[in-house]
Design a protein around this ligand. Structure first.
Ligand code: AMP
Length: 199
């Protein structure tokens, strides 16, 4: 299963990706997680990306495209992958197409978790509270100022990615406001439809 999950910050992509990983035995490729690992390891890339990430801005396309290019060659990706948080710009979507073409692969589905913007800030606050209650570390960009920037980056740079895939008849929209299990059921149905549709 080769899948792209789209949706604004707080839409539930990470939650659904984790469930898909279990069900399809394919890895979750989260550029956000890869970048946070680079920041934690203080690699040159991490040092460069940190300020942009903390501010809620996107890191340059070539950085994340390079991360995905390298990751796609890992043996675990042979079974497929769930892209979470990539592509986030139309240039990244076009680069992804090239990366797949070069490997003779194609996407099975592009799913967008659609949510009301008004609910997103509350979801972010809830995530912070739950993380703190569990004794975990809160993301540096889970604060109101950075979150506002992340939403703006989504609107300006990532919403066009949905239009890009819709124009290619590859996009399926899922109601991300439904309870988590219902969203999972809708995702499963969409994946069956996508696979059957492709024969
Ligand atoms: P995420 O964990 O997906 O919310 O990503 C956290 C942050 O990492 C984003 O706000 C961006 O600064 C950066 N980031 C993650 N994925 C990408 C991407 N595909 N393109 C550009 N920046 C990204």
């Amino acid at each position: 299963m080769r899948l792209v999950l789209l949706g604004p910050p707080g839409a539930g992509k990470g939650t659904q990706a984790a469930r898909l990983v279990k069900k399809h035995d394919a890895p979750q490729l989260s550029t956000g997680d890869m970048l946070r690992a680079a920041v934690a390891a203080k690699t040159p890339l991490g040092l460069k990306a940190k300020a942009l990430m903390d501010a809620g801005s996107l890191v340059p396309d070539d950085v994340v495209i390079g991360l995905i290019d390298e990751r796609l060659d890992s043996p675990d990706c042979a079974r497929g992958f769930i892209l979470d948080g990539f592509p986030r710009t139309v240039a990244q979507a076009e680069a992804l197409q090239d990366l797949l073409d070069r490997r003779g692969l194609s996407l099975d589905a592009v799913l967008e978790l659609a949510v009301d913007e008004g609910a997103l800030v509350d979801r972010m606050r809830k995530r912070v509270d739950e993380t703190l209650a569990a004794g975990g570390a809160v993301r540096a960009d889970d604060n109101p100022e950075s979150f506002k920037m992340r939403l703006e980056a989504y609107r300006a740079q990532t919403a066009p990615v949905s239009a890009h895939y819709a124009g290619r008849r590859q996009l399926t929209k899922i109601d991300g406001m439904a309870p988590i299990d219902e969203v999972t059921a809708a995702v499963d149905r969409a994946l069956v439809d996508a696979t059957v549709g492709r024969g």
